[in-house]
Design a binder for this molecule. Structure first.
Ligand code: DP6
Length: 364
């Protein structure tokens, strides 16, 4: 695979203190990524809506090391999360920097101070690693652009940022652009790659424009299963091969659905994907039930509401108990009333986040 394109070769020194700030969104997968091989290569292609209100804002300050220090080869950084030093996040970021050093050799010349904040609770089942890693990747690309003796195109910057973000967290590769991003090589999707996410390359039916996602916070606690442990469960899983085939077939189907606007098929596919993801956890060993009783209450209430009203709402889940309620913009008023009246009681402290599909990373 062509990773050579991501190794920079025309860089100049810059001993100024440099600082970049990026806001990058979370995303919600419609066809799920679950299972990978080294180095962060997905077992199947996935597709997600990029969100907008659920985001991370990250600033990285780069201070040039004295030249003797920069020969040492150590990557040095401090990490602040919501204003406080965060030692427990450091190993994951350190591993990330090790992985990307080949592609970003310039990071060794700087002391980095990373300051990050999320618009949503950490480890709430909202993909904080996706927005977190993509924000760092964008800051690094801003540094690379400053150090580069040639002008980097926006297309290259986004592609490499997605490539870098993937090495931090797979789903982060889908948090650079929007509104729909595919990650993973797939015959149906022109330009798709296991190395980085690409924008869904076909015209999307208007029913899916400005799609809404209300994230119902059923359980805001730390995740029961980290994604690293979760993905590992797919090694030697009895249904792994079938699952990877199913996901790739679902990607073929959803590509058509997104273009032709067949919303009933969309609902069927998206809900089936969510339940298939959880089925993998129910049938792995060790096994996990990541849904909570209130997750099921919400799913049943959504099905009943759909039967009674003909609404086109549906749900999806990540590897946790929270429920993402997806619906077309034209239904916003009614669905929000339904959520407030019927679903919020199943959320911790009645909390939910109203989000909408967005366009990706923004430089601040
Ligand atoms: C269930 O991207 O968090 O959200 O690559 O180990 O960081 P790592 O995993 P991660 O996995 C996300 C899995 C998922 C489905 C998805 O977003 O596609």
């Amino acid at each position: 695979m062509d990773t050579q394109q991501f190794i920079p070769n025309s860089l100049q020194k810059n001993t100024n203190t440099l600082s970049f700030t990026w806001k990058t969104p979370s995303n919600i997968a419609l066809v799920k990524y679950w299972g990978k091989t080294d180095p962060q290569i997905p077992k199947n292609a996935s597709i997600s809506f990029t969100l907008s209100n659920s985001h991370t804002i990250t600033t990285i300050n780069f201070t040039a090391k004295k030249s003797s220090d920069s020969q040492q080869g150590d990557i040095t950084f401090e990490l602040f999360f919501e204003g406080k030093k965060k030692e427990d996040f450091k190993p994951k970021i350190a591993k990330f920097f090790d992985r990307i050093q080949e592609y970003c050799p310039y990071i060794i010349a700087y002391d980095m101070v990373i300051s990050s904040e999320n618009s949503f609770p950490h480890s709430s089942g909202i993909a904080s690693s996706a927005s977190g890693m993509s924000a760092i990747a964008m800051c690094l690309m801003s540094l690379e652009q400053t150090l580069s003796t040639i002008v980097l195109s926006d297309e290259f910057i986004n592609k490499k940022a997605s490539f870098l973000a993937r090495l931090g967290s797979g789903s982060a590769s889908r948090s650079i652009e929007g509104p729909l991003v595919v990650w993973g090589n797939h015959p149906e999707i022109k330009g798709s790659s296991d190395l980085f996410g690409v924008q869904f390359p076909y015209e999307v039916h208007e029913i899916f424009h400005h799609y809404q996602d209300a994230i119902l916070l059923v359980d805001k606690g730390e995740k029961q299963v980290s994604s690293t442990v979760g993905h590992d469960l797919m090694h030697n899983h009895p249904f792994a091969t079938q699952r990877f085939d199913q996901a790739n077939e679902n990607l073929t189907k959803i590509s058509q659905i997104l273009q032709n606007g067949d919303i009933d098929s969309f609902i069927n596919l998206v809900e089936s994907e969510a339940l298939s993801l959880h089925a993998m956890m129910l049938t792995s060993n060790p096994y996990f039930i990541l849904m909570k009783p209130n997750t099921l209450e919400i799913i049943n209430a959504i099905w009943q509401y759909r039967n009674e009203t003909g609404s086109k709402i549906c749900f999806t889940l990540d590897a946790g108990a929270n429920v993402h309620v997806l619906y077309p913009e034209i239904e916003s008023k009614k669905v929000l009333q339904f959520i407030e009246n019927e679903l919020s009681k199943f959320c911790q402290k009645n909390q939910y986040i109203c989000d909408v599909v967005g366009l990706g990373a923004v430089k601040l």
